[in-house]
Design a protein around this ligand. Structure first.
Ligand SMILES: [Zn+2]
Length: 271
């Protein structure tokens, strides 16, 4: 049975060395970045299934690979922002946050000629307690929705107490499924990669059969298992690299089994 509900397909568009672990390798200058491979694979796969996605693009990435941002936009995908640099937003002042958001939004709009309506902070780094100014700034920049709230606390990010925005900013959260004793964001990055395929399929299908939609969150590097590697602490390396080779098959299965769309279409926003 093909699932018809609105499942959301999202890609955080950044380079293979963008991460926020304590052991994240720092490069004195930007290293080689074969980003074309992952981005074009995303475009090809989604074209095969005639599916539109939302791509949250990092400003720094857009500066370095403007042709890839144009290619995503010309292929019909929504372009949202992933801020200018891959720094944690809850460590920024309000002014730093505003500057980074404005700079990335302007750059992306210049490249595509389309308005940017959505934001996802790097590494889900929205923290309601530390960023009381967040909603006002995001609305003042003309955005309609945010997708930065990870619905439970992890070591680096997430908030289980977030009660929603108050002044009209809409929130779109990743899917969290009950998995044994845990809440498991089954279709996001590491969590999607680490589950064995039969378990992944079982849990995703169970969500669909319970009439819950899912939101996929991936990165270009996850569609390019040959991408260069960072030297990371062992546990960080596991989180970052486990299960890369199974990603494309899992994504294809999801595309075959259900209907998918972008966040702007889901929220019925005008392009
Ligand atoms: Zn990111």
């Amino acid at each position: 049975m093909r699932i018809q509900s609105a499942n959301l397909l999202t890609l955080d568009v950044e380079s293979w060395y963008h991460a926020n672990y304590a052991s994240t390798q720092k490069f004195p200058s930007p290293p080689t970045d074969p980003a074309d491979r992952g981005v074009h694979r995303w475009i090809e796969l989604l074209a095969e299934f005639r599916v539109e996605s939302t791509c949250f693009v990092l400003g720094e990435f857009a500066d370095r690979h403007p042709h890839l941002v144009r290619a995503l936009s010309e292929a019909g995908h929504e372009i949202g922002t992933h801020m200018w640099s891959h720094d944690l937003c809850y460590e920024m002042s309000a002014d730093q946050f505003r500057t980074s958001l404005h700079r990335s939004k302007s750059r992306l709009e210049d490249l595509t000629g389309q308005p940017v309506r959505g934001l996802r902070c790097p590494s889900w780094s929205f923290n309601p307690e530390r960023m009381p100014w967040f909603e006002d700034i995001v609305l003042a920049e003309g955005l309609a929705y945010d997708s930065s709230v990870f619905p439970f606390q992890t070591g680096m990010y997430g908030s289980s107490s977030f009660a929603g925005f108050k002044r009209g900013l809409r929130e779109v959260q990743p899917t969290v499924a009950k998995f044994g004793a845990w809440n498991w964001p089954i279709t996001s990055g590491f969590f999607l990669r680490v589950l064995p395929t039969p378990v992944f399929r079982y849990v995703v299908r169970r969500e669909w059969l319970s009439n819950r939609n899912t939101m996929i969150v991936l990165h270009p590097r996850e569609l390019d298992p040959q991408h260069p590697r960072m030297r990371l602490r062992l546990d960080h390396s596991f989180i970052h690299y486990v299960g890369l080779r199974g990603v494309e098959a899992k994504l294809k299965w999801c595309l075959e089994q259900a209907s998918w769309t972008s966040i702007r279409r889901h929220l019925d926003l005008k392009a």
